[in-house]
Design a protein. Structure first.
Length: 193
C-alpha cells in the first residue's frame, strides 16, 4: 500500500511539469506581440512628418500598450514557472531581475492586476485622445443623437471597466495585507508560547 501511495504522490508532484507548455506558449505570445510591435513601428516611422499629432500619440500609446502586455507576460512566465514548476537557475547572472524568485502567488496576483489596470488606463487615454475623431465618424455614419449616444455608451463602459479593475486591485492588495498581518499575528503568538 505504501508503494502505491508513493507512486501517486510522485505522479502528482511531477504533474507540475504539465504547466511548462503553457509558459512556453506565453513565450511564443511575446514573440507574436513583438511581430505586431515591429509592424506598427514600421507603419508609423515613414509617416511621422505627415501624421497629425493626435494620431501619432495614439500610435505611440499602442506601442506602449503592447510593451505593457509583453511585460505582463514576462512577469507571469517567470513567477508562474518558479512558483509552480521549478526554480529557474540563473543565480549569479548579472541581468537577473531583482524581483525574480521573490514574487509569490499573492504578489503575482497584485502585479498582474496592476499591469491590467495600467493597460486599461492606456486604452482610456487612447479613447480620450481619439474622441474627436470618433465623434466626427459617428456624426457622418448615423444620425447625430444615436451616434453620440453609442459613443457615450462605449466610453462609459470603458470607464466602468477601468474603475472595476482599480477596485479589484485595491481589494486584492487589501486581502493580501490582511492575510499577511493574520499570518504575522499567528507566528508571533507561537513565539510567545
Amino acid at each position: 500500500m505504501k508503494a502505491i501511495e508513493h507512486f501517486i504522490e510522485v505522479l502528482i508532484f511531477n504533474s507540475r511539469w504539465l504547466l511548462a507548455p503553457f509558459y512556453l506558449g506565453l513565450v511564443v505570445g511575446i514573440a507574436l506581440i513583438l511581430v505586431k510591435f515591429g509592424q506598427e513601428f514600421i507603419h508609423i516611422v515613414p509617416h511621422v512628418f505627415e501624421t497629425k499629432e493626435s494620431d501619432l500619440v495614439l500610435a505611440v500609446l499602442t506601442l506602449v500598450d503592447m510593451s505593457l502586455v509583453a511585460n505582463l507576460l514576462i512577469i507571469i512566465i517567470f513567477s508562474g514557472y518558479e512558483n509552480f514548476v521549478s526554480k529557474i537557475d540563473t543565480a549569479g547572472h548579472e541581468d537577473r531581475p531583482d524581483w525574480m524568485g521573490k514574487v509569490d502567488f499573492s504578489g503575482l496576483k497584485v502585479k498582474v492586476i496592476a499591469s491590467i489596470v495600467a493597460i486599461s488606463a492606456i486604452e482610456l487615454l487612447k479613447t480620450s485622445v481619439n474622441v474627436g475623431t470618433q465623434i466626427s465618424a459617428a456624426v457622418t455614419a448615423a444620425p447625430v443623437e444615436a451616434s453620440l449616444t453609442t459613443l457615450d455608451s462605449a466610453i462609459a463602459w470603458k470607464v466602468g471597466i477601468h474603475v472595476i479593475l482599480i477596485i479589484s486591485g485595491v481589494l486584492f492588495a487589501y486581502m493580501d495585507k490582511i492575510a499577511e498581518s493574520t499570518h504575522a499575528l499567528k507566528h508571533a503568538g507561537k513565539e510567545d508560547h
